[in-house]
Design a protein around this ligand. Sequence first.
Ligand code: 1OR
Ligand code: 1OR
Length: 337
Amino acid sequence: MYSIALCYMDIVTSVPVTCVTIRDYTEPPLNRFTRRKSVFAEAYDPEEDDDDGERVIHAKSDEQRQRLAETVKHIFLFRSLDPDQMSEVLDAMFERRVTEGEYVIKQGDDGDNFYVVDSGAYDVYVKIDGEPEPKKVMNYDNQGSFGELALMYNLPRAATVQATSTGVLWAMERQTFRRILLKSACKKRKLYMDLLEKVPMLKSLERYERMNLADALVPRMFEDNELIIKQGEPAESMFFLEDGNVRINMVNSNNENKEISRITNGGYFGELGLITNKPRAASAYAVGKTRLAVLDVDAFERLLGPCMDLMKRNIENYENELLKIFGTKANISDIRI
Ligand code: 1OR
Ligand code: 1OR
């Protein structure tokens, strides 16, 4: 028996948007690495993939291993690995030095390695059908990772990555990436992409940027009435509502405690403290069993830049509401940026 996944791809990023699995009991499996331009069919479902390849070890000095361990701490795709898997990843990665102007990845090529940036600057270009020149779409500056898309979805490279300085990359071969990281990465993206598509505030993000956001989110459950954040405490993360409701309560300078807002599906909260660098302006409580997706401050700063204007505009609304709810502007200075 084998399964064929028919995947329709986002034209720009070449990322599968919807997948339909057809099971067939007679034909032999299609080549897993078959590539087509806009629709592909292959005997492949990332979550059913059990590729038990050989464990790969690239020898490293203690200094190299330590440097690598520090670097991968910041890579979202690695966060759900258990200690054994992490150690396997550290063994399997190897150093690649690049020079200024060097192409690390070329759009359209087959995927060989996944890369983690140790140092250096890298520009990303995408050539869109009908446009004469590739367009620069983003850059990595001494941090981040790239090259996972082709390995995850068995697709040609979706973009070109060029070093704009000398630098050092940590590379992981396709087989190791697929054996250790594929399942958890696909699961997370699948779990959160639906949620993130429904958050109006994130509409300005590219689909690929939402994928990176999905990698960074961590699920947390709260019981009815449980405190999620407390007014006055330092802000370390923001929250997207997956399921349930959240009530926001504020105590003003006259010690009046009022419910000032309800967060419902597609909503978010906890961004204010991260943007203003101030303590929490209000408390948040779960209403009923509530499931949240949590984004830490590091990921917030790296991934939500394109949404900053929208969030700031929303904060201006908070200020207007503050006046209506408490009848005075006396508290407003607390939430100004
Ligand atoms: P890959 O294996 O396809 C190129 O090889 C890599 O560039 C890709 O994995 C990503 O890791 C990385 N769209 C697609 N790939 C991107 C993008 C990107 N940015 C970085 N990569 N976009 C940029 C979003 C700001 C969308 C452009 C329309
Ligand atoms: P935070 O990090 O300060 C409390 O932690 C969160 O409550 C805050 O981020 C916002 O995300 C959220 N004024 C201030 N914070 C609010 C408000 C709000 N509503 C939700 N939060 N107002 C309500 C506007 C409808 C102003 C009126 C008092």
